[in-house]
Write a protein that binds this ligand. Structure first.
Ligand code: NAD
Ligand code: UDP
Ligand code: UDP
Length: 316
C-alpha cells in the first residue's frame, strides 16, 4: 500500500483522483485550502480509514512522509485565477517549491498538473510537447500561464539538480461531475444556463476552439503517467476532438432540450483562438492511453450531475 499526497484534492479533478487512488488500494492524504474546492466533493470518502483530509495552503511548508505526490493545488478557472492573480502565482510557484522540497526530503515521486495554457494562444496546431508556446507575460492570464510554466521549470531543475523522480502532465480542458456550479468555465456555465432557461453567454464570435476531455479519461492518464518508468514528460493529456464554442453551446442546448437563447458578449483579453492536443506521445508512453468518452456521452453524464446539483440538494 502506498501513501499518496494529493494537493488540491478537494477540487474538481483532485476529488476524482482521491477516489480512484483509494479504489486502487492506496492510502490518500488530501490537502486543500478550499479556495475553489469544497468538502462536499470528498465527503463520501471521509468514512474510509485510509483517507485523511488536511486543511493547508501549499504556499506554506508542509511535512509528511509519503511515497507519491500529485500536485494539483491551483485555481484552474480563469474567473477564479484572475480574482487574486498574486495568490495564483504564489500557489503555482511557492507551492511547487514546497512540494518539490517535500519530494526531495522523502524521495517521493511527484507529478505536476500542468496545463495546455503553457502553449498560450498557440500558433502551432495541434499542440505538441516540443512547442514552446505563445504567452503574453504581462496579460490577465499570465498569473496562471507563467505560474504553471515556472512550475514546469522548477520540476525540471529539481530533476536535473537533485535527481528527483518527477512527472509533468499538460492537461487540456477537462469537464465532468463535481465541477462547482460557480466554477465559471464554459462547460459548467453553458449547462447551468441551459438547465435554468438563461441565455448561453458566448465571449466573442464563438469560433474559438477547445478540445474537451471527460475527467474519467484524464484520471486514467494521470495514474498511468505516475506508473511509468524512465519517462518524465511533459506529456499532453487531452481529447483531440476539437469543437468551436458555438458548437459546444448548440450541443448542450440539444442535449438539455432547452429553449435558452445564445447571447454574444465581448471577447476576453488573450483568449486562445484554438486549442487541440497532439496526443501521440501519451499514446506511445502510457500503454496506448486514449480518451474513450465522446463529448456527447460525457456531457450527458455531466448534465445529469448538474440537474441533481441544482434541483436536488439532498443528493451528492
Ligand atoms: P479546481 O479549482 O476545482 O481545483 C483546484 C483545487 O486546489 C481546489 O480544491 C482549491 O481549493 C485548491 N487550491 C487552490 N489554491 C490552493 C493552495 N494555495 N493551497 C492548497 N490548495 C489550493 O480546479 P481543477 O479543474 O480540479 O484543476 C486541478 C488542477 O489541474 C489545477 O492545478 C489546474 O491548473 C490543473 N488543470 C486543470 C484543467 C481543467 O480543465 N480542469 C486543465 C489544465 C490544468
Ligand atoms: N519543504 C516542505 N516540506 C518538506 C521539505 C521541504 O514544505 O518536507 C519546503 C521547505 O520549506 C523549503 C522548500 O520546501 O522552503 C524547498 O526545499 P529545498 O530542500 O529544495 O530547499 P531549501 O530548504 O534548501 O531552501
Ligand atoms: N467562454 C464563453 N462563455 C463562458 C465561459 C467561457 O464563451 O461563459 C469561452 C471562453 O472565452 C473561451 C472558452 O469558452 O474561449 C473556454 O473557456 P474556459 O473558461 O472554460 O477555459 P479556458 O480554456 O479559456 O481556460
Amino acid at each position: 500500500m502506498k501513501r499518496i499526497l494529493v494537493t488540491g484534492g478537494a477540487g474538481f479533478i483532485g476529488s476524482h483522483l482521491c477516489k480512484r487512488l483509494l479504489d486502487d488500494g492506496n492510502e490518500v492524504i488530501c490537502l486543500d485550502n478550499y479556495f475553489t474546492g469544497r468538502k462536499k466533493n470528498i465527503i463520501s470518502l471521509l468514512d474510509n480509514p485510509y483517507f485523511e483530509l488536511v486543511r493547508h495552503d501549499v504556499t506554506f511548508p508542509y511535512y509528511v512522509e509519503v511515497d507519491e505526490i500529485y500536485n494539483l493545488a491551483c485555481p484552474a478557472s480563469p474567473v477564479h485565477y484572475q480574482h487574486d492573480p498574486i495568490s495564483t502565482v504564489k500557489t503555482s510557484v511557492s507551492g511547487a517549491i514546497n512540494m518539490l522540497g517535500l519530494a526531495k526530503r522523502t524521495g517521493a515521486c511527484i507529478l505536476q498538473a500542468s496545463t495546455s495554457e503553457v502553449y498560450g494562444d498557440p500558433i502551432i496546431h495541434p499542440q505538441k510537447e516540443d512547442y514552446w508556446g505563445n504567452v503574453n507575460p504581462i496579460g490577465i492570464r499570465a498569473c496562471y500561464d507563467e505560474g504553471k510554466r515556472c512550475a514546469e521549470t522548477l520540476f525540471m531543475d529539481y530533476h536535473h539538480q537533485n535527481n528527483l523522480d518527477i512527472k509533468i502532465v499538460r492537461i487540456f480542458n477537462t469537464y465532468g461531475p463535481k465541477m462547482t456550479p460557480n466554477d465559471g468555465r464554459v462547460v459548467s456555465n453553458f449547462i447551468i444556463q441551459a438547465l435554468t432557461g438563461k441565455d448561453l453567454t458566448i465571449h466573442g464570435d464563438g469560433l474559438q476552439t477547445r478540445s474537451f476531455q471527460h475527467v474519467h479519461d484524464l484520471i486514467d492518464g494521470m495514474v498511468c503517467m505516475m506508473g511509468t518508468k524512465n519517462f518524465i514528460g511533459p506529456v499532453n493529456i487531452g481529447n483531440p476532438n476539437e469543437f468551436t464554442i458555438l458548437e459546444l453551446a448548440n450541443t448542450i442546448l440539444e442535449l438539455t432540450d432547452s429553449n435558452s437563447n445564445i447571447k454574444y458578449l465581448p471577447s476576453v483579453q488573450d483568449d486562445p483562438k484554438q486549442r487541440c492536443p497532439d496526443i501521440s506521445l501519451a499514446n506511445e508512453k502510457l500503454n496506448g492511453w486514449n480518451p474513450s468518452i465522446s463529448l456527447k456521452e460525457g456531457l450527458k453524464n455531466t448534465i445529469d450531475y448538474f440537474e441533481k446539483e441544482l434541483f436536488n440538494n439532498d443528493l451528492m
